[in-house]
Design a binder for this molecule. Structure first.
Ligand code: BGC
Length: 700
């Protein structure tokens, strides 16, 4: 390859932004990749690429982060945060397999997914894209997604390249303002933020995207230690690193660590980036730098090799036009899977016994989220980011909450009335009055509230994470009627809703749950399904508690705020059922590190419970969290049945990263905690000791 051809391989060009003609020029030049182009346009560019210069096939990338949602024919699955509520890696793997078939049905090769940032501060606009606040859960679900996307045979027509993003610490930005700096240390990165990426790399993830942000003043795109030393050398990542959107030029204009395109390009390459997203300036700059001896051509060769190796691994050289059958787009099987994941992800947050609804004949459905499917879809669909057109009409099939309630009401002999009441963040003339009038005639109110992508998405961080004012006013007016309220929260992420919790008889959510999330909520309301979802993220009472993730390091002064508890309103792992479960007989074998525990369905109905295992290291050389999830398993139990579960651990499972940035398991006393949520009141506990590692073990 010539120097120019090598430089071009490292560039990823955004088709929509530069248009057809310029894209053709780039294809002729031998550019490595395009993003956001599909169908016939992609084929056209591919034809040009394989007939020009070095004849290397193009790689096409897309943001298919919860299904191939930028294509309106595709299946829109729940967002990662919503799917995480199912606590079910196998199910998530099946969703990723289905998404991969739909993505490759459009001739695309790479999806910029999964997001492995942690969602620990709900002010951040991209919490919906994460698997929540826990590194273990995010890692297990992320690895499952990678396996699902990439398939057993990477070169199969139905496999796509996964891209673990955003590396790293992106969700920790100061004040939760997207792309801002964070001061987390490398010890903490290795202890808490790296493990999800580590699991993705072990699962064979073929690409990783750098974050927009910076760590203690060093932009992630310019951080050699992060990219070369930790990701490539220590984790053994053998795929390619792609920058986020224009991250090379951000080094100049925004982050101000480079004066011009040449400096920024050299910095990006030397730091370990292999592909530069939307960085045409990199092409010119890097050629000049190599020619003048200011950059080492070897670095260019290494990056090209990584990109070409992935292209080969995924069969692009064998078949540059590889494409799965178009029949997969929105097919029946995927729609059924979509219903399944929406049901499994439905979380019952509160229930004073009103649910499942029986004997309530007149139902009033009220609220701005009841009949607008865009509220269920979330970000990164064909009417949202990155081609924003909020007024685009959603395409069927889908079922809103209102439609779900209407359909099931017939079966349950109920009548349904609907009043919108207000907009998500706006008033409707006479809306509240109309809602109150209708409420007076109803037996029960189903209040559908939440946010939408105008309030939460990339670039939409919030300082106030309550329900918007018009919805709070509507809720207060409904409460004043004295009627029972069942609140269905259709939201991108947790909101601060203490008043909703206090005054609703029941509260349930499945966040942005895709095409059939509204139907799943309705099924839960009528008891057609028994909800079993658990929260992958805590709900704070108040924004001032942020961050309030469950796995914090301990402190003692002012454990609580003077004016607020330190605990969350709904804790990580929380989720009720129409039956109840009891835990007993916790046993731990210190020799084999095996835990046994029994769980019994003590209620009157069959149900599923996600058994969660946490641990705490009771004395360690640096402080460790008050509890950490290390295992979970979902069990289905008939009323009255019980099951003994066995979990086997390794010493590594009880490790942490010490002050020397080494992962260690220090001998000593530990505590295991098992139960149905991370709240202390839901956990039974058992202390145990880990001895010195046997000599043969340390010698290994
Ligand atoms: C986002 C990435 C995304 C990329 C390409 C960026 O703004 O941060 O998550 O993959 O755009 O659309």
């Amino acid at each position: 390859m010539t120097l120019e051809q090598k430089a071009a391989q490292l560039v990823q060009i955004p088709y929509a932004q530069i248009g057809r003609e310029k894209s053709e020029e780039w294809a002729r030049r031998g550019v490595g990749s395009f993003l956001h182009v599909f169908g016939e346009d992609a084929k056209h560019l591919q034809k040009i690429a394989i007939e020009s210069g070095a004849k290397i096939p193009l790689l096409f990338g897309i943001d298919a982060v919860h299904g191939h949602c930028l294509n309106r024919k595709a299946t829109i699955f729940p967002t990662q945060l919503s799917m995480a509520c199912a606590f079910d890696p196998e199910l998530i793997k099946r969703v990723a397999q289905a998404a991969a078939k739909e993505i490759s049905a459009d001739g695309l090769h790479q999806t910029f997914s999964p997001v492995l940032c942690l969602g620990r501060d709900i002010r951040w606009g991209r919490v919906d894209e994460t698997f929540g606040e826990d590194p273990y859960l995010a890692g297990i679900l992320g690895a499952a997604m990678v396996e699902g996307y990439q398939g057993e045979d990477n070169a199969a027509d139905t496999s796509v390249i996964a891209c673990a993003k955003h590396y790293i610490g992106y969700g920790e930005a100061t004040g939760a303002r997207d792309s801002y700096d964070t001061s987390i240390t490398y010890r903490k990165i290795k202890d808490t933020f790296l493990p999800p990426f580590e699991k993705a790399v072990k699962a064979g993830c073929a690409s990783v995207m750098t974050a927009y942000g910076s760590i203690d003043g060093t932009p992630c795109t310019a951080d050699k230690k992060l990219l070369k030393e930790i990701l490539k050398e220590q984790l053994g990542f053998d795929g390619f690193v792609v920058t986020d959107w224009q991250n090379v030029s951000h080094l100049i204009g925004e982050q101000c660590v480079a004066e011009n395109a040449k400096e920024a390009s050299r910095l990006a390459l030397e730091s370990g980036n292999d592909m530069m997203m939307n960085a045409p300036e990199f092409y010119v700059a890097i050629i000049d730098l190599v020619r003048s001896g200011e950059a080492d051509e070897k670095l260019l060769d290494e990056a090209v090799e990584r990109i070409l190796t992935v292209k080969m691994r995924f069969g692009l050289f064998d078949n540059p036009f590889r494409q799965a059958d178009e029949k997969y787009l929105g097919c029946e099987e995927h729609l059924e899977l979509n219903k399944e994941i929406a049901r499994e992800s439905t979380v019952l947050l509160k229930n004073d016994g009103i649910l499942p609804l029986t004997g309530k004949n007149k139902i009033l459905v009220v609220g701005p989220s009841a009949d607008d499917i865009r509220c269920n879809y979330g970000d990164w669909t064909y009417f949202s980011h990155p081609l924003p057109d909020y007024d685009t009409q959603p395409v069927r099939p889908y079922v809103t909450l209102l439609e779900g309630v209407q359909e099931l009401a017939k079966k349950h002999d109920c009548s349904v009335q609907y009043v919108k009441g207000c907009e998500i963040n706006g008033e409707i003339a006479g809306g509240i009055k109309q809602a109150v009038k209708a409420a007076k005639k109803a037996d029960v109110i189903v209040f559908a509230c939440g946010d939408n992508i105008l309030l939460a998405a990339e670039g939409c961080d919030r300082a106030d994470v309550r329900l918007p004012k018009p919805q709070r006013e509507l809720f207060t007016a409904l409460c004043n009627t004295g009627k029972s309220i069942v609140t269905a929260l259709i939201c991108t992420k947790p909101l601060c809703i203490p008043e909703i919790d206090e005054h609703s008889a029941a509260v349930l959510t499945n966040f942005n749950s895709g095409m059939f999330g509204g139907r799943a909520l309705a099924e839960a309301i009528f008891g057609e399904i028994n909800p079993s979802g658990k929260l992958p993220i805590s709900f704070p009472y108040h924004v001032g508690q942020q961050p309030c993730y469950y796995n914090q390091l301990p402190g003692w002064h002012c454990r609580s705020y003077v004016d607020m508890p330190e605990t969350s309103l709904y804790s990580f792992g929380h989720g009720l059922s129409y039956t109840s479960f009891a835990y007993s007989d916790i046993l731990f074998d210190e020799k084999t590190l095996t835990l046994k525990v029994s769980v019994k369905n003590t209620g009157k109905r069959e149900g599923a419970e996600t058994v969660q295992v946490y641990f705490r290291d009771l004395a360690s050389s640096v402080m460790t969290p008050v509890k950490r999830l290390i295992a979970f398993r979902k069990v289905q139990l008939k009323a009255g049945d019980s099951q003994e579960l066995t979990f086997t651990f390794t010493r590594d499972d009880f490790s942490f990263v010490n002050a020397n940035e080494e992962r260690v398991t220090e001998p000593g006393e530990f505590e295991l905690m098992v139960g149905g949520s991370s709240a202390d009141s839901d956990l039974i506990k058992k202390k145990f000791t880990i001895g010195m590692a046997p000599k043969s073990w340390t010698d290994q």
